[in-house]
Design a protein around this ligand. Sequence first.
Ligand code: NOJ
Length: 561
Amino acid sequence: FFFRERVKIIQILILFLCVHFSNFDRKMYHYGTFPEGFSWGISSSAYQIEGGWNADGKGPSIWDTFTQTTDTIPDKANGNVACESYNRLNEDLYMLRALRVKSYRFSLSWSRIFPDGTRKSLNQKGVDYYNRLIDGLIAYNIEPIVTIYHWDLPEALQKVYDWDKAEMIDIFNDYCDFCFATFGDRVKFWITINQPQTIGWSGYGLGNMPPNVKDPGYRPYIVAHNLIKAHAKAYHTYDDKYRQSQGGLISIALNADWAEPKDVSIRREVVAADRAMQFQLGWFAHPIFKNGDYPDALKWQVGNKSEIQGFPQSRLPSFTEEEKNFIKGTADVFCVNHYTTKIVSHITARLSPESYEYDWDFKEEEENDSPTTAIPNQKVVAWGLRRLLNWIKEEYGDPEIYITENGVATEAQTTWDDSDRVFFYKAYIDEALKAYELDGVTVKGYIATSLMDSFEWLNGYKVGFGLHHVDFSNPNRSRTPKYSAHFYYNIIKDNGFPFVLYFGQKVPFWSHLTRAPSSTCLLCPPHGLWQTTNGTSYGFLLTMAFFLPLFHKGQLCAVHD
Ligand code: NOJ
């Protein structure tokens, strides 16, 4: 490489960097790191990975009953064996340790601990399993983040009570109380319920998930009402009985897509997008994080429609003043699960049949310019995460935020070469970094979904979210790290996307924001992180032309070494 050529390239590079940093927009890449002590984690949930569905006294859950009887799941798949984590604890711990994650978010199977859902049926072997898991994590210095209830309600409770009955509130509280008392000496981060919006809408509105109730206009609101009260009660139990001695924190994991107005210059569209945020996230977050009550958008929409539909009162139940005070402020941090962004515009929806979905008065479309994934309505729209985090900051008064799920599906046949997932994490984590560093959002942790390919609910084993591949045809359920595991390991090691010092100058360690490739880059064969999305991002190639001779065996290629 001749000196003159290098000087020229440096000049072009400087020009590129100037453009890069002055013209900052949503496609630009931001270099920097998260605060010290940032909680880098990875997630799973009991029904998706454990298997052992009736082992050692475990009772059935509604997901056992559903999957064993329905034929709506591809290949009639179920979680009977799944990743067999119930018998492969050491393998799971090994993967977690190798990734060097700071936290592991997993869930407790309620019916493994209480086979009939209540304390009188306590199954000590189930408790022992979670004790081994928690102790193993702590031995490796990994913080357990424990979801108490991730959709797998004990079948015995479903038969008698169901979430549309208020009795469930005390029953859930007693289960939580037991968990705090039993595991709380070591668990310092509790999540009461995972995605209550999914339970309410998919379980009781659409009816495509268990308990498969199709009552879209009424039951989702009743169920959500009880879930909110159940969460609040468990929070107070922790607060009153355990917080002082155990010193942990407790929250609820809420799912939120970002709703982008179709046309930001039209007020009605902006309002519709905000309404979309309120109907999905605000339904739960507004009572818990704001004032103990539902957002105005919900009260207004459902109230009005109910009146026109001839109901004597709103289909949206209301909280008493006492209940509002009880619910308000019942989360120590904000936990959000995020996957995608929707483009939202106003419509006037039909009145009949009455439905949560028609109460919205908006329609959702996919974002045109974004890559598709193995799940049709989950496009990769990374910039939506930054907007979502900013919206949460504004709406709920700058809470500490943990992204408790974020990840992407690839086809099950994807084994180790998951460059689409690498692109996803690269882009989404960078948007979280922008929210933290540039916008001042208090992002405290990021949890990638998921530790390994597992039972993906209604998609069975057709798709995988894992950073590890699991061979489901192998009785050993062998686990293999994918490229994304190596990539995530490096992000954790670097605490983000730092600059490196080269002759005293800060240079980006990673490339410009690029799309995962279909063909590979000239210089860095198969991982392809560096390929450009379109003709505008040649920065990497220039960087490489200069640095590769010097760094080829060094840091710049660490991702795939
Ligand atoms: C959200 C659920 O909480 C999680 O269990 C699931 O794996 C992801 N969605 C992906 O579908």
